[in-house]
Design a protein around this ligand. Structure first.
Ligand code: ATP
Length: 496
């Protein structure tokens, strides 16, 4: 698997993803997608939209505002409860999410020496070993074996334990502040006069825009339960420790579905399972590696008070196995809250049962950026061609930023260039195509392999006589001779 260091450098070099505000030194937690990254991300969103909305009869789309009435976030519980526990190192001013900092008491033969404290991440185990060694040395017990070590998140530390826990930055006990709640919503002001009444929030999820439009959609379309409303859009969270490239950023995109169903206890378990399977298959269909996908079924005790069940689809990123998509059953908590806070009836009239109720909902919610990152990790490959390293992005053709590249064999033969440019402009009308005439053909192939272009088409001297071209496949590197009609029929079939 590619390392994050290599992937981040590759993304910048190839114009996939840049740190945002790069020339100003970047802004932590924000990213800009470059020319190729924009295409890739757009292809992911378009495919999700096609598969989840347009290919189905039971889901409709929505595009709600980023800034909603502030009461939306009071009703949803975000104003009071959308927070993470935060601790600061008083000395270095480093800020941590308390659930991502781990501590462990270290004892030798039952005698407590002190505590160690480390942050979560790729280096965690190595860090633990280093800190235990240092603690043993400080107590002149380098030869001893410590008792079994149980790492626990800082959020589980008892107040009396806190004085013993060192800061992960200084290794000195007492340097950390106790955890306090930090609300992750970005605040802004609506209107010209700054006042308490004008406080608004950038949405931390797209889902609430769906719930508040539930009645509008039911009244303006012919949807009948069960049905879904889907939305793709930006979400903003002032994450305490944005990290792992685009995986945890402060501005990101979500693709969310609220799938509404009759409010009873018999229907949702089956529908939940169907959605888990459907979304898993979708991730496979876009090319995520099967061996790196898994599930995390949340235990009852870990669920939010209103949730009936939740299963996350996990992906094995280079920094560990992490959530890619959450599929939760939220009962009718959100509609109940919005009905109560807005004072507007939001019930659905069930014509079969001749009764009104607030439907339950299954919510498959996936991050666009986490999907793009998982795709890059899955697709990045290195092999060897004629004794030279070749970087190849094995993206599915449907998702590849550029579908095909047209090359004249050499650039100093006007008749070849002219024929190649004509072919290019005809193909370009149908698919995003590149034209390249610089350097040896082998080099041009490599450039296209690196950015995942599935096919290269070379116009050579035979083409001038018989109107056929060489089609070269990115993965097999095999070359076939095809006419233009055969070429376009092939692309059509592969990209449908
Ligand atoms: P995590 O536990 O990783 O913070 P979450 O459970 O808070 O995620 P949800 O609120 O369920 O995430 O959001 C749904 C999806 O939105 C996630 O599965 C993820 O793909 C994406 N997402 C959430 N937070 C971020 C972020 N800070 N950066 C990028 N994507 C995110």
């Amino acid at each position: 698997m590619v390392s994050m260091k290599d992937l981040v450098a590759f993304c910048k070099r190839k114009g996939l993803i840049f740190p945002s505000s790069d020339i100003y030194g970047g802004l932590n937690g924000f990213f800009d997608y470059g020319p190729l990254g924009t295409e890739l991300k757009r292809n992911v969103k378009n495919l999700w939209w096609k598969n989840m909305v347009q290919d189905r009869e039971d889901i409709v789309g929505l595009d709600s505002a980023v800034i909603l009435h502030p009461n939306v976030w009071k009703a949803s519980g975000h104003v009071d409860g959308f927070s993470d526990p935060m601790v600061d190192c008083k000395v270095t001013k480093a800020r941590y999410r308390a659930d991502q900092v781990f501590y462990a008491p270290i004892a030798v033969a039952g005698k407590l020496l002190g505590c160690i404290c480390v942050t979560d991440g790729e280096e965690r185990d190595a860090d633990v070993a280093k800190k235990v060694k240092a603690l043993l040395k400080a107590h002149n017990c380098s030869q001893e074996k410590p008792d079994e070590i149980h790492l626990k998140p800082l959020t589980e530390a008892k107040p009396e334990e806190f004085a013993l826990i060192p800061s992960p930055a200084t290794d000195k006990p007492g340097d950390l502040t106790p955890p306090r709640e930090f609300n992750l919503m970005f605040q802004t002001q609506v209107g010209a006069v700054a006042s308490e009444a004008g406080v608004a929030y950038l949405r931390p999820e797209t889902a609430q825009g769906i719930f508040i439009n539930f009645k509008n959609v039911v009244d303006s379309t012919r949807v009948k339960l069960p049905f879904g409303i889907a939305q793709i859009g930006k979400a903003f969270r002032n994450e305490i420790t944005p990290r792992n490239f685009t995986f945890r950023s402060r501005e990101f995109e979500q693709m969310e579905i609220e799938y509404f169903l009759p409010a009873n206890e018999t229907l949702w378990p089956n529908l939940h399972q169907k959605w888990i399977e459907e979304r898993y298959q979708w991730h496979l269909s876009i090319g995520l590696r099967k061996e790196w996908l898994s599930f995390d079924v949340h235990e009852k005790k870990d669920l939010a008070h209103y949730a009936k069940a939740c299963t996350d689809i996990m992906f094995r990123y280079p920094f560990g196995v992490q959530e890619l998509e959450g599929i939760a059953v939220r009962g009718n908590f959100d509609l109940t809250q919005h009905q109560s806070f807005s004072g507007k009836p939001l019930e659905y009239f069930d014509e079969t049962l001749k009764t009104k109720y607030l439907p339950y909902v299954v919510e498959p919610s996936v991050g666009v950026d986490r999907t793009v990152l998982a795709l890059l990790v899955s697709a990045y490959d290195e092999d060897e061609v004629n004794g030279e390293k070749r970087v190849v992005l094995r993206l599915k053709p449907k998702l590849a930023p550029i579908k095909a590249a047209v090359f004249p064999l050499v650039k100093n033969k006007p008749e070849l260039v002219e024929k190649a440019r004509e072919l290019f402009s005809r193909l370009q009308k149908r698919w995003y195509t590149a034209y390249d005439e610089t350097g040896a053909v082998g080099r041009r192939y490599r450039r296209m392999d690196e950015i995942g272009t599935p096919w290269c088409v070379t116009v050579d001297f035979d083409s001038l006589d018989d109107d056929t071209y060489t089609l070269r496949d990115r993965d097999t590197m095999q070359q076939t001779r095809l006419s233009e009609a055969e070429l376009t029929a092939f692309f059509e079939k592969q990209l449908q």
